[in-house]
Design a protein. Structure first.
Length: 246
């Protein structure tokens, strides 16, 4: 497929995304006054529209493998972060979750308010120990409601092949919540790159890896978590490149 065709299809996606999202947000704004369950259902509807439109316009779909590795009950889901795709998809792919996100996102009209009403956990960057305490408090409230926690350990999107240290937030959750941590690898950055306009056709693969049981010390936990995610991610990226990102 030519570069122009890819650009044109990506233009179609972005126009539809912004227009459709605006309509859904404005029409659904009264739902913010309803229950948390209603707000989450609204969010899932919106995300479902975005993912379906992405497939229709750009030929980009996804698959999830390793679901048998996800234990029942609340867990900490530590997900690789390469793209905007997973920030959307996790709400559709995992049941009953609270996502750790940047506090600035809550100031986006309607969408940000919905993120707050859905019970996600907002963290202020740069607040150090205070941010960690707030993260743990928010996570405990979510777990008390039988919800799992989704966190992106790198703290931001990282381009395919680049490296970034894993942040301390995931270690704080592991220590204080005493829950299994489920590593998640993916290759979304091959198709929807960080700060990239063009979306490439293909199939994003997300892999749910075996959980890490509670009880490790911080260093052992972080080494294990990073090793599992990065090894599996490298394998998925290699497979995606071998299949050909068109």
């Amino acid at each position: 497929m030519s570069s122009f065709a890819l650009w044109l299809r990506s233009l179609g996606f972005n126009v539809g995304w912004y227009v459709g999202s605006t309509v859904i947000a404005v029409a659904g704004a009264p739902i913010l006054l309803l229950s948390q369950r209603a707000v989450v259902a609204w969010a899932k509807f919106w995300i479902g529209f975005v993912l379906a439109w992405l497939d229709f316009t750009c030929g980009l779909n996804h698959r999830v493998i390793g679901r048998e590795n996800l234990p029942g009950g609340p867990v900490i889901i530590a997900c690789k972060h390469q793209s905007s795709w997973e920030t959307l998809a996790v709400t559709r792919l995992f049941p009953a979750i609270a996502i750790v996100l940047k506090r600035e996102l809550l100031f986006i009209p309607i969408v940000g308010w919905a993120m707050a009403r859905a019970g996600n956990i907002a963290v202020a960057r740069g607040d150090g120990a205070a941010a960690l305490r707030g993260l743990v408090r928010g996570a405990r409230r979510a777990v008390a409601k039988r919800r799992s926690i989704v966190i992106f350990p790198e703290g931001t999107r990282v381009a395919v092949g680049a490296e970034r240290p894993y942040q301390v937030g995931v270690a704080a959750l592991y220590r204080h919540l005493n829950l299994p941590v489920v590593p998640v690898a993916l290759n979304s950055g091959l198709f929807w790159g960080r700060r990239q306009w063009v979306k490439r056709p293909g199939t994003i693969t997300m892999e749910i890896l075996p959980p890490i049981a509670p009880g490790l010390d911080r260093e052992a936990f972080m080494t294990t978590l990073r090793g599992r995610i990065e090894k599996a991610t490298a394998r998925l990226v290699e497979a995606g490149q071998g299949a050909g990102t068109k």
